[in-house]
Design a protein. Structure first.
Length: 491
């Protein structure tokens, strides 16, 4: 950042300072463009600055047309598809899988012979001092060489297996990243729906608070209530409006979070539908033991850890083969032309050899490399075992979290029904002059709390279903539709 500290010469003429700054900017811009810089006629005269080209903005992800069409609807599966196309995490894991595939192909190269071609040119001169004579000879020609590893005691096979298992681990890691992105999108999506439902509930709370204020005002005008009751009802209305404004800001924040989870700019003009009121609470989830068995078979991160453990074991064989003998074959053929020609214009050469290499002493490097490979294999196996235990714990926790979320939905609905009945009775009693304003405001506060808890219970149930699907390695529910509308100006 440029230093914006005021210069000690604060009494300098502002016009002179402006001219000097303009000249400095002009010189910098012209120098960067390779053009001569304009020079001001005097310090008090300004120099016109050339128009600067706008800086190139970073490329933005493509926004699907269906997301921008007014009144269009897209499903949750389409939202996940958008996220998987634009999210940099999935793009990075996919490129890592491609890199592992290329490495696997490279490690299979020793199974094939290596062929190379060369072309040479040399110029030499021989001089005889006694006769003061000499001759210059040009020699040039092509050559072909071949080398082939015949036997290496399993080294290249171990290297290829090491790379193959690395490719499998990279593929499973990519699948795990895909599932993590899906879970993140679903969580952000449900959080946005929850915020929208809370905003609607806050609007209902404002209407109920307004009804209480109207009732208190009517009783006060009739001489049946004090001004304190009106002020208490007005305070409750102000609190309800404040909560409504806070909920409105939360909706906008979570809408940007969902757009970011999809890999889109946070200001993308889209919107979604409402949090469903009817939930399939009778969704069969199976016994927890069955889900744990499913997770051990289908969790991609666990399969990746197992592949890495097997890869580390294969690496032991690869390192051990470095200290074993290997047999190779090499051959070469070439033709050399001579200018000027002697007895012949060219000469053919060829050679073939078999080479047996037996490592005798490498400074104990191979011994320590084997020890390191064995230790690394033990670490990889321990990490896979630890992840297996974590998977069991995650499935156990998410299973009972889903059970609890299902029960909370039922209980919160009962609470909402009883709180609504209590509020209606309290409002009727207050209008009839039997109840007090405290009873009415207390009942309305309990109803507002019950309404918010019921919304949280519904959204938590969807998150619990998505988390359970993620922890078991199965496909999460993606059948929830999203209504897309244009954002109103000024929102």
């Amino acid at each position: 950042m440029p230093d914006r500290t005021p210069h000690p010469l604060r009494r300098a003429n502002p016009r002179v300072a402006a001219a000097v700054c303009a000249a400095a900017l002009t010189v910098a811009g012209a120098a960067s463009a390779g053009q001569p810089a304009p020079v001001p006629a005097s310090p008090a005269r300004e120099v016109s600055l050339p128009a600067q080209a706008p800086a190139a903005l970073p490329s933005q992800p493509t926004i699907p047309a269906a997301l921008l069409a007014p009144g269009a609807t897209i499903t949750m599966a389409q939202v996940v598809e958008i996220a998987l196309e634009n999210n940099p995490l999935t793009q990075g894991s996919y490129q890592q899988a491609l890199s592992a595939a290329a490495l696997f192909g490279s490690k299979k190269a020793p199974y094939y012979p290596t062929v190379s071609a060369t072309a040479s040119f040399s110029r030499s001169n021989s001089f005889i001092p006694s006769t003061s004579t000499g001759s210059t000879i040009n020699a040039y020609g092509p050559a072909v060489s071949l080398s082939y590893l015949l036997l290496d005691m399993g080294g290249r096979a171990a290297n290829a297996e090491d790379a193959r298992l690395g490719l499998i681990a990279a593929d499973w890691s990519h699948n795990a990243m895909v599932q993590n992105v899906i879970l993140g999108v679903e969580t952000a999506y449900v959080g946005y729906l929850d915020a929208k439902a809370q905003l609607v509930a806050a609007g209902v709370d404002v209407k109920q608070a307004q009804a209480a204020l109207d009732a208190a005002t009517s009783r006060h005008d009739a001489g049946l209530a004090t001004i304190a009751e009106v002020l208490q009802a007005r305070t409750a209305l102000s609190q309800a409006r404040l909560a409504q404004q806070a909920a409105d800001g939360q909706v906008l924040a979570l809408r940007g979070a969902l757009a970011t989870a999809m890999g889109l700019p946070a200001n993308t003009p889209y919107d979604v539908g409402e949090l469903p009121a009817d939930l399939p609470l009778d969704r069969a989830s199976g016994a927890v033991e069955e889900l744990i068995s499913t997770a051990r078979l289908r969790r991609p991160d666990l399969e990746a850890a197992r592949a890495l453990a097997a890869k580390a074991t294969a690496h032991i064989r690869s390192v051990r083969s470095d200290g074993l003998p290997w047999l190779s074959l090499s051959a070469s053929a070439g033709r050399t032309y001579f200018d000027p020609a002697f007895t012949t214009n060219y000469r053919n050469t060829w050679s073939a050899s078999a080479l047996v290499t037996v490592p005798i002493f490498t400074g104990f490097a191979n011994t320590y490399n084997i020890r390191q490979a064995i230790a690394d294999a033990a670490v990889a196996k321990a990490q896979a075992d630890s992840l297996d235990q974590q998977v069991v714990l995650q499935v156990w926790q998410s299973y009972y979290a889903f059970k609890t979320a299902t029960q909370l939905v039922k209980t919160s609905r009962d609470l909402l029904e009883s709180a609504g009945e209590s509020e209606r009775v309290a409002l009727g009693r207050y209008k009839e002059g039997v109840g007090t304003i405290i009873d009415l405001l207390t009942a309305q506060a309990a109803l507002a709390s019950a309404r918010a808890q019921e919304i949280v219970a519904r959204s938590s149930w969807y998150v619990a279903v998505a988390q359970l699907a993620h922890d078991t390695g199965t496909i999460p529910p993606l059948d929830q539709s999203i209504e897309v509308t244009k954002q109103a100006p000024g929102k």
